[in-house]
Design a protein around this ligand. Structure first.
Ligand code: SF4
Ligand code: SF4
Ligand code: FES
Length: 577
C-alpha cells in the first residue's frame, strides 16, 4: 500500500519585513535565500554540518514579544510584535521558528559584513592576479559586494606556506585559507577520511594534513570545489586556463554506473576540467576523482581519426561514403547466423537502439554487451564501470552483460561466426586472440581509440567520445540522463548514431532518421518505459525510468575497512580502452 508522507508543518517567518511560511527544520540562511534575500556565507555548505565559524552570515534576528499571558503580542496587522535581539546573530546554524523575524539588509548587518570582510582580508595575500580561483572566488565577489575598498591594517601580514602538495591531486596555498573548515568537514562527513585539520591556533593557524597523512582519498578534488577561496586548487587544472574562458556544458560522468552529474569546462575543443553538478537523485554535490580526471583519453594520440577499410592486405584511409558501402557489402556477404555483435555498455541508448535495429535487419541473434567492473565504494563509485548497462538490458541487447560473450568467442574460434562487429569494445578482452580475429572474413570495428584489435579489422570506423555527442543513458539506479555535446569530435570521426544510421540505410533503404531526436522518438514509441519522453524532456536532472532494487545494506566492519583501503589507494586514472 502506498504510504503518504506526513504533511509538513509550516512556520511563519518575517524576512525583511515580509511574512512568509517555511517548512519546520529549514535553516534560516536557506529561508532567506528562498525569500530572495541571499545571505553571504563562507563556512556554511548545505550538505555539511554548520560550525558557524566565519561570521559572514550575520543578520538581525528577533522573536515574538510575549504578553503577560505568555502568548505573543499581536500588532495591528495581526502578526506578532517583534523583540529584536540587541546583537547580530549568525543564520547558518539555526532553524526557522514560528514568529521569528530577520533583517538581512539593515545598516547593522551591512556594517557587520564590512567588518568581517576587513578582518578576513587582513592576512590574505591579495594575489588575485596569479590565483587560480580568480573569477569564481567568493572572497573577491563578497569583497566587491559587501566589503570596503580600504583596509586599516598597517602591520605586516602573517606569512604561511604556499603551494604545498597535500595530496597527489590537491595543492594548498595556506596564506589564502580563511579557515572556514569546509574541506575538513567534507573529508570527515562525506569522504569518511578524517585527514585534514587546523594546527597552531591563533593568528598563525594553518590548515594541514594530519602527521603522516595525505589528502589522497578518491574524493579529494571535491575539497577544491567547495573551498570558497583559492587555498585549495586542483593540481591538474591549476594555471591551465582562466575560468572565464571556459565554455560550460551540463553533462554526466560515464566512468561508472552512478552517472554523476557534471559541468564540463572546455575551450577550443579541449576539456580543461569536469566539476560536479548538484543532483540529489544521483550524486548530491560530489563526484569521485577517478571519474573527474578520466578524460585524457579523449585527446589521446591513439584517437582514430579516419575511416579505414581493408585494401589488399592493408587498412587504407577512405571517405565515409565508401566506408559505409564497403561495410554494407561485407555484412551482406554472410547470413545473420554467421554474424555476431559485441556492443558496449558505454554506448548511448540511441546507439544501442540502432544496433538492435542493425541486428534485426541482418537477422543476428548472437549479441551481447561486455561487463566492466572495478572496486566500488559506499559513497558514489559503482563497481559496475559501464555507464549504460541498464540501457542494454532495457533495449534487449543483453539479459545480463557477458551472458553470451563465451558463445561469441566460441563461434569465432570454431569458424561458425564469419563476421564480427565490435562496437566500442576490444574483442581481445573476451578471450579471443589476434589469430582468431585475423581468421575472420569480416571484422568490423567502431571505436574511438586504436588498440591491439583495430589493426586486424577489415573496416575501422572512428566514432565519438561521450563529451562529443548528445544522447541518453540509464544509470545503475534506473535514471535516464542526457549527455550534451561539449566539444567537436576530432579529424574525420563521426557521431556513432550517424554511422549506425547510415549502415542501416545502406542495408535496408531509407529510415527517416535525420537527427538524434528522431532516434529517441522512434525508441520511445517502442519502449514503454520511455513512452512520452523526448531528449529535451529528460531535462538537466534526468528521469527515473526503471525500478531497480539496490538498497545497499549498511557496510560490515570488514567492508568498511576495505573502503578505507580503497580510498587510501584510489584506482589509477583509467584509459578508455
Ligand atoms: S582550505 Fe579552503 S575550504 Fe579549507 S578551510 Fe581553508 S578556505 Fe576553507
Ligand atoms: S562515482 Fe562514477 S559516475 Fe561518479 S564521478 Fe566517479 S566514476 Fe564518475
Ligand atoms: S556562514 Fe554562517 S558563520 Fe559562516
Amino acid at each position: 500500500m502506498p504510504t503518504e508522507s506526513p504533511p509538513q508543518t509550516l512556520v511563519n517567518v518575517q524576512i525583511d519585513g515580509v511574512w512568509r511560511q517555511f517548512p519546520k527544520g529549514t535553516r534560516v540562511i536557506e529561508a532567506c535565500e528562498q525569500a530572495g534575500s541571499y545571505v553571504p556565507r563562507y563556512c556554511y555548505h548545505k550538505k555539511l554540518s554548520s560550525p558557524g565559524n566565519c561570521r559572514m552570515c550575520l543578520i538581525e534576528m528577533g522573536m515574538p514579544r510575549m504578553g503577560p499571558d505568555r502568548k505573543p503580542e499581536l500588532g495591528p496587522d495581526g502578526h506578532p510584535v517583534i523583540n529584536w535581539m540587541p546583537r547580530p546573530q549568525i543564520c547558518c546554524a539555526q532553524d526557522v521558528a514560528d514568529g521569528m523575524a530577520v533583517r538581512t539588509n539593515s545598516p547593522l548587518v551591512e556594517d557587520c559584513r564590512k567588518g568581517v570582510m576587513e578582518f578576513l582580508l587582513i592576512n590574505h595575500p591579495l594575489d588575485c592576479p596569479i590565483c587560480d580561483q580568480a573569477g569564481e572566488c567568493r572572497l573577491q565577489e563578497f569583497s566587491v559586494e559587501y566589503g570596503t575598498s580600504a583596509s586599516r591594517f598597517l602591520e605586516n601580514k602573517v606569512k604561511k606556506p604556499k603551494a604545498e602538495q597535500i595530496g597527489p591531486r590537491v595543492t594548498l596555498d595556506d596564506e589564502r585559507c580563511i579557515l572556514c573548515s569546509r574541506c575538513i568537514r567534507f573529508c570527515e562527513e562525506i569522504a569518511h577520511d578524517d585527514v585534514l585539520g587546523f594546527v597552531d591556533r591563533g593568528s598563525h593557524t594553518v590548515l594541514t594534513a594530519h602527521p603522516g597523512r595525505r589528502l589522497e582519498n578518491n574524493y579529494s578534488l571535491n575539497t577544491v570545489d567547495i573551498c570558497p577561496v583559492g587555498a585549495l586548487t586542483s593540481t591538474d587544472f591549476r594555471f591551465k586556463m582562466r575560468v572565464w574562458f571556459l565554455k560550460e556544458t551540463k553533462s554526466f560522468c560515464t566512468s561508472c554506473a552512478t552517472g554523476c552529474n557534471t559541468v564540463i569546462g572546455t575551450r577550443e575543443d579541449v576539456i580543461y576540467r569536469q566539476t560536479p553538478r548538484e543532483n540529489d537523485a544521483v550524486n548530491s554535490c560530489w563526484m569521485c576523482d577517478y571519474g573527474r580526471l578520466n578524460v585524457d583519453y579523449i585527446t589521446s594520440e591513439r584517437r582514430l581519426l579516419e575511416p579505414r577499410v581493408l585494401s589488399g592486405d592493408k587498412l587504407a584511409v577512405t571517405d565515409w561514403r565508401n566506408a559505409i558501402h564497403h561495410v554494407a557489402l561485407q555484412l551482406r556477404h554472410f547470413s545473420g547466423w554467421e554474424t555476431a555483435i559485441i556492443a558496449s555498455g558505454r554506448m548511448t541508448n540511441e546507439e544501442l537502439w540502432l544496433t538492435a535495429q542493425l541486428a534485426r535487419t541482418l537477422g543476428v541473434d548472437l549479441i551481447d554487451i561486455v561487463p566492466r567492473t572495478g572496486p566500488g565504494d559506499d559513497i558514489l563509485l559503482s563497481a559496475d564501470r559501464n555507464p549504460n548497462a541498464n540501457g542494454g538490458r532495457l533495449l534487449g541487447l543483453t539479459s545480463e552483460p557477458g551472458a553470451r560473450l563465451g558463445e561469441i568467442a566460441d563461434g569465432v574460434k570454431s569458424g561458425r561466426v564469419k563476421t564480427l562487429i565490435a562496437l566500442h569494445e576490444n574483442p581481445l578482452d573476451i578471450g579471443l586472440t589476434a589469430a582468431d580475429l585475423t581468421s575472420l572474413p569480416a571484422f568490423i570495428v567502431l571505436d574511438i581509440l586504436e588498440n591491439a584489435a583495430t589493426a586486424h579489422g577489415t573496416a575501422v570506423l572512428p566514432g565519438f567520445a561521450f563529451a562529443e555527442k548528445r544522447g541518453s543513458m540509464i544509470n545503475g539506479k534506473g535514471r535516464l540522463q542526457r549527455l550534451n555535446r561539449a566539444l567537436r569530435g576530432p579529424g574525420n570521426a563521426r557521431d556513432d548514431w550517424e554511422i549506425l544510421r547510415d549502415l542501416l540505410q545502406a542495408l535496408s533503404g531509407s529510415n527517416g532518421l535525420y537527427s538524434i531526436d528522431d532516434v529517441f522518438r522512434q525508441m520511445s514509441e517502442s519502449v514503454p518505459e520511455l513512452a512520452g519522453l523526448t531528449l529535451s524532456k529528460i531535462g538537466d536532472l534526468g528521469v527515473d525510468v526503471m525500478r531497480i532494487d539496490q538498497s545497499p545494506a549498511p557496510p560490515s566492519a570488514e567492508k568498511a575497512r576495505d573502503i578505507e583501503q580503497a580510498e587510501a589507494n584510489p584506482p589509477p586514472q583509467r584509459t578508455h580502452a
